[in-house]
Design a protein around this ligand. Sequence first.
Ligand code: DLL
Length: 433
Amino acid sequence: MEQYYQKEIETASVDELRRIQSEKLVKQVKRVWDNVPYYRKKMEEKGVTPDDIKSVDDLHKLPFLSKKDLRDAYPTGLLGAPMKDCVRIHSTSGTTGKRVVAFYTQHDIDLWEDCCARAIVAAGGTNEDICQVAYGFGLFTGGAGLNGGSHKVGCLTVPISSGNTDRQMMFIQDLGATIICCTPSYAAYISERYKEEGYAPEDIPLKAGIFGAEAWSEEMRQEIESSLGIKAYDIYGLTELSGPGVAYECSAQDGMHINEDHFIAEIIDPDTEEVLPEGSQGELVFTAVDKEAFPMIRYRTRDICKLTRGKCSCGRTFIKMAKPMGRSDDMLIVRGVNVFPSQIETVLLNNGYAANYQIVVDRQNNTDSLDVQVEMTPEMFTDNVGEIEERQKKLATDMHSMLGIKVRISLLAPKSIARSEGKAVRVIDKRKI
Ligand code: DLL
């Protein structure tokens, strides 16, 4: 039987959800107008006042917030609550030079942890489970969010953080951990280490994994599920909207239910900013209707995906988002063609490779080149040049039909690419260096 953490809201009628969203939106816009001069100015520039917002149907009248706004207002320009009411911050790594610092009141943390608890229960978690939280702890939101959610569900929580893979395996085996939460690339690495140590999937007590924080393909899901002997569930979120748990997968494992009582989702055309009808692919935009300390209204995530509302076999009524293709900033434009790393991953895994690859883009003599370096698995490893060339040719042909451009393939020996314990770095774009 399907279990829910907060059944009433997770299975509420669509009309009821809209009613709740409208009521909260009206209040939130008023609160932001009164407390966040930065956003009020944006509203004034657009000629909108809180009186214009009567329901979710008026959402489109409000201005967008973008990464640039977050940068301009850094660090406290978007605070929606007095600093004395804030109890914590989290932050992104800022590797791309765009560090985001998000603030939380105790109420914000409470609702965030509820969202993560919903995700754990949707993945089959109960208070009988032992939940190993192997996302990073600290400024990153992954560890703290799932740790809090796991407590709320009543799981025995193992706040191990990421890394030290032998210790991860030791705790899983010795305590009998049944749920693991980490990035999919780290899950793939843990499964690789298990294989090396001679474990079969049935020797591993895990039954479910809650994986997110980076784009991963369906093929990678199958690979992780079969090698660890688990069900792998997707979870989505971003620091600006608290962290993990904005959306989560259920037993149907075909898209993530968005916690619509807290987040209103829209899909827009990233170029024209026009709101697109349900089912269209475009940029995901969220309005957080409950967040106090860091209220985000019409925040442009840059994540590209689709929304669909339909009857889900799990009984939840929340709208679903498909796996994001990746961020629009991760999208590579190579010789004028749009390429998402996730498309490359799909071709590799369909050909029996593991997700140990790197994409190198360069430009020479005004022409872009795309190189995919992928490790051979230990089973396919050979020094027979003819065989390697055959394999490279096959991959290049499949890449060409998936992407429509020529790709150079380099097959590498097993273990030549560094493993990731958090978010994997797949792309090296030398054109930007
Ligand atoms: O990655 C929060 C998180 C932690 C989500 C743990 C899930 C699990 P940020 O570091 O701010 O926050 O990065 C947010 O990561 O805009 C997406 O581009 C990407 N992302 C997050 N989850 C997924 C996912 C956390 N399930 C950015 N699939 C987002 C694809 C994801 N991309």
